[in-house]
Design a protein around this ligand. Structure first.
Ligand code: WTA
Length: 651
């Protein structure tokens, strides 16, 4: 067998047609870092401002003089940019193309005009319910058009939305509501995924019984499945009853560029999830610009990002980026394998999708079912393929390119984070040759660097931790309610630069290869889970004395969750208790945090100062006992032997 290519050059036709072609990248990148003020002033012209900014950037990552401000004197409204601005030229164009969980449900084409009216009606309803600029609104909805309507209606009245993924448990909803003091929650009776009903309203009811949630005055409930729900008056209101009769125009709030647009909670290496706060102007410039450039967007594209709006990918690349660009954004309620593993490709054919953006975990899962379920579809409409969320292994990349894209479509591997607001490293498809497994080159204005453990910036071919040396407009501005935590988490490890938490290699050509998290964050199917969160869920069970959680390599999920549990004295590690603990974690956090393995640990490996040695636990979880490394600092080496014996017994 011949070795597969390691470089996939830009197709000639695309290099000629793309808005950013070969040669343009170097020139624009160079300008963007040489004169960022001029570059980003020009980029801001892509938006419609109520007050055009004259101050472009005001940034210092230095701890003693820390600030990040973009377009500081600009004023705009994000919903106007995503809706009103398109009414003249694209009023009848489909803004959101909705495809339901069940293929028999008729798809819906929501035009820019209709979306505008729906957003205005909800915005008026929110105002009538007392929601004002700066108030927080929690959105806990399935993948239905109302989720985009809700986000944009909040933006219209200046409320700060915080979307909670529908897979999170009542306890997780309550934590988030309590942290930001939400005044109102928008939810639905039930969600629908792969034919299963998700009790969203019941989860909200359970969440609002938990402490810290009494800031919530109103719960708006969308009728989606028609499933029975309990309504607690006057708190709970049917969405249609409150919204449908509202006027379909609504005066947008004037927002400063640095006014908050949304908060999105994400897991870090310590403590509870952080409220990542994004502001209006810089975020929208960056989300829309990256969306247009990275996917080589054209007016007639049908663009489909398979993420959920509960994650940042859904915020930037289902709602804000595509709609600010006047694109047609497909929103899919379902899952890749329902009713069959051909579903993605059937949807692509049905709606003539031209740009398709998904996660490596989905690609790996579908690849396992072989080529036939893909080959049974045409996919002739596809033009560009994208991936996001975790490192993509070259085998999966090649399958995506060769089988899904029939070898015709460039694959853009996009590296970014909730914190970055938009894509920071990716091969622009008309300009940069792709390499399976590499996100390749930084977007305009983004200055990545690789540092060693001491913080020394490494030049040329190098491997180490990935930092970003200067700000970009889509950067998060703070951790909601805890600015010091923002600075400590991201700017103190390598003073003067933003620390990403990722490891990275740069090859001899200058291309970047992300190697994965270097902190205590596990990336399960592209979802970030903090080991500390799972540990605290476990120890909140009365029978658990101590727990340590690590990630381990998983064929489909990328990483799986491996938990070591020490029980309180006198308790026995039975199968029934094991099931109970797994269910307990699901209840505390949600199904996405379900441990894949749980091992009873009579003791945990600790240093003499009592610090758990996760490095060793990771190697035991990987079943690599010969790679334990230095164990001389262990307080009690026999602990490791007993864990290894258990692990082997289990394998
Ligand atoms: C990982 C998702 C390799 C990375 C947008 C990052 C990736 C974390 C890639 C952020 C990629 C995301 N290649 N790793 N193309 N994209 N990651 O906040 O570890 O949910 O730090 O944002 O996902 O996950 P988050």
């Amino acid at each position: 067998m011949s070795t597969p290519p390691s470089v996939y050059p830009v197709p000639e036709a695309l290099a000629a047609q793309a808005a950013i072609g070969r040669g343009d990248y170097e020139r624009l990148y160079d300008e963007s870092v040489r004169d960022p003020d001029a570059f980003w002033a020009r980029a801001a012209q892509r938006l419609q401002w109520m007050q055009v900014p004259t101050q472009i950037r005001d940034v210092s990552f230095a701890l003693e003089d820390f600030r990040i401000r973009w377009y500081g004197d600009g004023e705009l409204n994000a919903s106007v940019n995503c809706l009103d601005r398109h009414l003249h030229t694209r009023g009848d164009k489909t803004a959101i193309l909705w495809e339901g969980d069940d293929p028999a449900t008729p798809p819906r084409h929501v035009s820019y005009r209709e979306l505008h009216a729906r957003v205005c009606r909800l915005a008026n309803a929110l105002r009538s319910l007392g929601v004002r600029k700066g108030d927080r609104v929690t959105i806990y909805l399935p993948m239905i058009v109302e989720s985009a309507v809700a986000m944009l209606a909040c933006a219209r009245v200046g409320a700060v939305h915080t979307v909670v993924f529908g897979g999170f448990s009542p306890a997780s909803i309550a934590d988030r509501v309590a942290d930001c003091g939400s005044k109102l929650i928008i939810t639905a009776d039930e969600g629908l995924r792969g034919g299963r009903r998700i009790p969203l309203k019941a989860n909200v009811d359970a969440a609002l019984k938990l402490p810290g949630t009494n800031s919530v005055e109103t719960v708006l409930v969308v009728r989606h499945t028609g499933g029975a729900v309990g309504m607690q008056m006057p708190r709970d209101r049917w969405y249609d009853a409150v919204v449908d009769d509202q006027p379909d125009t609504c005066e947008p709030e004037r927002m400063n560029a640095e006014d908050p647009l949304f908060i999105l909670y994400t897991s870090g290496s310590t403590g509870k999830p952080k409220g990542v706060l994004h502001t209006t102007g810089g975020y929208l410039v960056f989300a829309s610009y990256t969306h247009e450039a990275v996917f080589d967007l054209r007016e007639d594209d049908v663009y489909w990002c398979t993420a959920d709006v509960g994650w940042v990918t859904g915020h930037s690349y289902i709602v804000y980026g595509p709609l600010a660009n006047g694109a047609t954004s497909l929103m899919f309620e379902g899952v890749p394998n329902y009713p069959s593993v051909s579903r993605f490709w059937e949807v692509v054919d049905r709606h003539k999708v031209s740009i398709f953006y998904t996660a490596p975990t989905a690609i790996r899962a579908l690849m396992r079912d072989g080529d036939a379920p893909v080959k049974s579809s045409s996919r002739a409409s596809l033009r560009i393929l994208g991936t996001v969320g975790e490192p993509i292994n070259p085998e999966a990349w090649r399958w995506y390119h060769g089988v899904v894209g029939d070898g015709r479509c460039p694959v853009v591997d996009t590296w970014w984070q909730t914190e970055t607001g938009g894509i920071l490293i990716a091969p622009l498809p008309g300009a940069i040759d792709a390499k399976p497994g590499s996100a390749t080159r930084p977007f305009f204005g983004v200055q990545p660097a690789i540092v060693d453990a001491q913080g020394t910036v490494l030049e040329g071919e190098a491997e180490g931790n990935l930092v970003i040396l200067d700000s970009w407009p889509g950067q998060m501005r703070t951790v909601y309610g805890d600015h010091q935590r923002f600075i400590d988490t991201y700017f103190s490890a390598y003073p003067g630069s933003y620390f990403t938490g990722d490891g990275c290699r740069r090859d001899a050509d200058g291309d970047y290869w992300i190697t994965g998290r270097v902190d205590d964050v596990i990336n399960v199917s592209g979802h970030r889970i903090g080991t500390a969160e799972v540990e605290s869920a476990l120890v909140s069970h009365p029978k658990v004395a101590e727990a340590a959680v690590v990630g381990f390599p998983h064929d489909i999920k990328g990483q799986g969750i491996y938990a070591y549990v020490t029980l309180v004295a006198g308790e026995e590690g039975t199968d029934a208790l094991l099931k109970e603990l797994v269910a307990h974690v699901r209840g505390e956090i949600g199904p996405i945090a379900t441990p894949d393995h749980l091992q009873w640990a009579p003791g945990l490996p600790k240093t003499r100062s009592g610090k758990i040695m996760r490095r060793i636990l990771r190697k035991i979880a990987e079943n690599a006992p010969d790679q334990l490394g230095d164990t001389t600092t262990l307080a009690d080496p026999s602990v490791v032997e007993s864990l290894l014996r258990e692990r082997r017994g289990a394998a």
